[in-house]
Design a protein around this ligand. Structure first.
Ligand code: AHR
Length: 662
């Protein structure tokens, strides 16, 4: 271990010491200045990665699957450009379909289809819509709601002389039409067509059907259907119910786009942010490292916009010019698959990193700031944090490239807080080497990751107490205990009290992974499960939310006392200097109620009528799609006095929020 052990520095804050213009400890008496320290105001945030169909088929509200005909057997052996599409010719019609690449809309999006309607039938005994066309079944069906609007768009190029009439409809599984519109091709060049579909009935597994109603030939690409009601009604936006779950947590930041998705499965698969901006037809789609497909429709603009929409700071993690060490599945042989960008490509790559900062923050008359403005956001996105690398193997090649990127960003943008990386585990070779590199370079923050047992979290609550306060700070960028039962969530809660206690050195933290689509998961333990119509938050979600919405920026070490030998009992107390509220978090991982002592006597302005929120149940309790609300926090009024004993229920997290007089 490369960090020297030093005791936690306790900063004594006097009333009036303040970082944001508000008197910090209004409720503190003059005679008993107490042990308190400033802690990170950004401690609790979110980690978002397109794993488990979190983006395409999940948070990204697109209803059409394989909208650009870019699915390929390199993603899944059985996939091809027509996956999730069906060629149809109802009413005894006939024609042809082919996949072409000779004249695409954009080079990054090479495949499109050509439909030739040779005969539009309408035989007796056929009552449905006839024509030649295609049908898309979405991500296991499209959820549509009666009376709501659905924004359709597609690109078409007329290949025959006369316009071709198209019928576009939403259909149920019997082929009955729930919404329809007519569009006629109007150009021999690629042209975007739009329409609004408003279904007359709700249906959970609808399909989108496009039928040529007259003979002729046309090319078709980027067929898209979005509910108008996305989160904050953003075009190309997010599924409102899932996005709201995140907004409700009031996260201080969102890390994106991964995870391993950032550094990718080989160099060609590295996530390159410039491929993910512009019109959806301009985005470069690619294989998702987790075994499916990324449209990159949820790209950097959408990530930054979402962060702004929910008041979270954006935290993009860019590859350190190396791919995942497990590229090609080499985790089986010890992760030897790290690929590195050739040194003669590094200047371009470094420029790409610098360009991101200009794109996010630069003035509208800068090259990249102008692109942000053209996309609809003239104001800066206020990017503060940039991660370089994701739990990479710390090889000499990695170090060389990391140093080059780090030096360039530091020189041009000293205002940016760079986050380095310390491997995939709580200790070991990459952890040691990552920290050593960080210390040598004075990297401001280092990203640690660990997934382990609940017992590990209980036993390691003192991990950060001994971290050196004079070297890099910590971003606990990915962590979770193995499981989504209440016992897992409560072990994490105990650990989170330790993150608050060490919030002077642990600046940021995020549970991972965030989302998992039921039956489409690659990673078992996740924070929020969902399907096309429902959301199933885990007990872990509620723990994260209870901490995040009750975060503070001042930590008090002696407001709550407990038996210090009992590691199953964990406590923390913070104050939010913006509101003046004092917040107590009490965690009991044990099997029986245990008492803690609360002493508020040093606060003079407390309002006794407060609230307690308790998450508790049996250790194995969990939420399922059948019983979504099996484990939920319950809030009730609670009257506090200057000093009181509090019985913390077995297997529970309790948050007591105490208001103070202004
Ligand atoms: O969170 C899932 C994965 O775990 C991340 O992609 C990776 O960084 C870690 O190994």
């Amino acid at each position: 271990m490369c960090k020297s052990l030093k005791p936690v520095a306790i900063i004594l804050l006097a009333a009036g010491l303040c970082c944001c213009g508000v008197p910090v400890i209004q409720a503190q008496t003059k005679k008993s200045a107490m042990a308190a320290k400033k802690i990170s105001p950004d401690l609790f945030g979110l980690f978002f990665e397109d794993i488990n169909y979190a983006a395409d088929g999940g948070l990204y509200a697109e209803l059409v699957q394989n909208r650009s005909f870019e699915y390929s057997p390199t993603e899944r052996k059985e996939w091809h450009p027509l996956s999730y599409w069906e060629y149809i010719s109802p009413g005894y019609s006939y024609g042809k379909i082919s996949v072409e690449t000779s004249a695409p809309i954009t080079a990054g999006n090479p495949h499109y289809i050509v439909l030739k309607a040779e005969h539009i039938g309408k035989e007796v005994k056929y009552t449905g819509e006839s024509g030649v066309g295609i049908k898309n079944t979405g991500f296991a069906g499209m959820v549509i709601r009666a009376g709501e609007k659905y924004n359709l768009s597609f690109f078409a190029r007329q290949l025959s002389e006369t316009p071709i009439g198209l019928n576009v409809s939403l259909q149920n599984t019997k082929g009955e039409i729930l919404a329809e519109t007519s569009i006629s091709t109007a150009s021999k060049n690629w042209q975007k067509y739009t329409a609004v579909l408003m279904p007359t009935q709700s249906f959970d597994t609808a399909s989108l059907v496009i039928l040529a109603k007259s003979t002729g030939m046309f090319a078709l690409d980027v067929v898209s259907l979005f509910p108008e009601k996305t989160f904050k009604n953003r075009p190309n936006g997010l599924r409102a119910d899932l996005a709201q779950m995140l907004a409700d947590m009031k996260p201080k930041f969102i890390r994106f786009p991964g995870g391993c998705l950032s550094h990718g499965d080989g160099l060609e698969n590295m996530y390159r942010w410039k491929n993910t901006i512009g019109g959806i037809e301009e985005r470069v789609e690619q294989r998702n490292i987790w075994g499916y497909h990324q449209t990159t429709g949820l790209g950097y603009y959408e990530y930054f916009q979402f962060c702004e929409d929910i008041g979270a700071k954006p935290l993009p993690v860019l590859p350190a010019a190396v791919s995942c060490q497990n590229s090609g599945g080499t985790w089986r042989v010890g992760g030897t698959g790290q690929k590195v960008l050739p040194l003669n490509e590094m200047q371009d790559y470094i420029q790409e990193v610098l360009d991101l900062i200009e794109w996010a923050n630069g003035p509208v008359n800068s090259t990249w700031g102008a692109k942000r403005a053209a996309a609809g956001h003239a104001a800066s996105f206020n990017l503060q944090y940039v991660g370089i690398g994701n739990e990479d193997k710390i090889t000499p090649e990695f170090e060389e490239r990391f140093k080059m990127i780090y030096a360039a960003v530091k020189a041009k943008h000293p205002e940016i807080i760079i986050i380095g990386t310390a491997g995939p585990g709580p200790d070991g070779d990459d952890y040691e080497k990552g920290w050593k590199l960080a210390n040598n370079l004075a990297v401001p923050v280092i990203d640690e990751h660990y997934y382990t047992s609940p017992e590990w979290f209980i036993s390691n609550q003192h991990r950060y107490d001994s971290y050196n306060r004079n070297t890099s700070a910590v971003y606990l960028g990915e962590y979770a205990s193995w499981g989504n039962k209440l016992r897992n969530a409560i072990a994490e809660a105990a650990y989170m009290t330790a993150l608050e206690r060490n919030g002077d050195i642990v600046k940021l933290s995020s549970y991972a992974p965030l989302f998992a689509k039921n039956n489409f998961t690659q990673w078992k333990t996740d924070m929020i499960f969902f399907d096309n119509t429902k959301v199933c938050p885990t007990p872990n979600y509620y723990v994260q939310k209870m901490f995040a919405v009750n975060a503070g920026d001042i930590y008090f070490s002696n407001v709550v006392t407990k038996d210090n030998k009992d590691s199953a009992l964990a406590v923390s107390s913070v104050q939010d200097s913006r509101t003046g509220d004092i917040i107590l978090k009490l965690v009991n991982y044990g099997q029986a109620t245990k008492n803690v002592k609360v002493n508020l006597s040093r606060f003079t302005k407390i309002i006794p009528e407060s609230e307690q929120t308790i998450l508790t149940g049996t250790p194995d309790a969990e939420n399922t799609f059948e019983h979504i609300s099996n484990v939920v926090p319950v809030t009730t009024p609670y009257r506090v006095s200057k000093s009181f004993d509090y019985p913390v229920p077995a297997m529970s997290l309790t948050v007591i929020r105490i208001k103070t007089k202004k």
